[in-house]
Design a protein around this ligand. Structure first.
Ligand code: CU
Length: 162
């Protein structure tokens, strides 16, 4: 039940995005693209299974195109690491899926299968300060590779902003 609701919600988002880009093609910002990579020649597991980019900062209202949620890859929001009131999401079995993000804050995202190898990413929509501390407070609940991956991404984010 829950998962079919989510699927419908994602389809509605996709449909809305489609209409918006037809109605105002000139005003729509470029879509940010996130790839999911398997690179078996990589020297570490976290590099072999990764989101590219791992850290993405977009303005509120942006559409992000997630590519490559195929095979065993998923794009799964971590419920305790997204802004309050933001809709959780999971993409699987889709070569390309567009999601639009209205709520400002940070979004912790994992691949459900390869998270254990550190396959995580941090999406920042507008002001990260909205839920940055809340998201970081959840890190001890994650597995070692995920926690380490996010610690690096939070450090990079704070380095960029500071
Ligand atoms: Cu994966």
């Amino acid at each position: 039940m829950l998962s079919s609701c989510k699927t419908i919600a994602i389809m509605l988002v996709a449909a809305t995005v489609g209409l918006a880009s037809m109605a105002q093609a000139d005003d729509v910002p470029e879509v940010a693209v996130v790839h999911q990579i398997i690179d078996l020649n990589a020297d570490t597991p976290a590099h072999a299974f990764r989101f590219e980019p791992k850290l993405l900062h977009v303005p509120a209202g942006s559409t992000v195109r997630f590519k490559g949620s195929t095979g065993r890859h998923t794009v799964s929001a971590i419920l305790r690491m997204i802004p309050v009131g933001a809709r959780s999401f999971e993409i699987r079995g889709k070569p390309s899926m567009d999601l639009t993000f209205e709520k400002e804050g940070v979004y912790g995202i994992r691949c459900r299968v390869h998270g254990r190898h550190g396959m995580v990413m941090l999406l920042v929509v507008g002001d990260p300060g909205v839920n940055l501390e809340g998201a970081k407070a959840y890190l001890p609940k994650l597995g070692e590779a995920e926690r380490q991956g996010f610690e690096e991404l939070f450090a990079e984010l704070e380095g960029r902003n500071g």
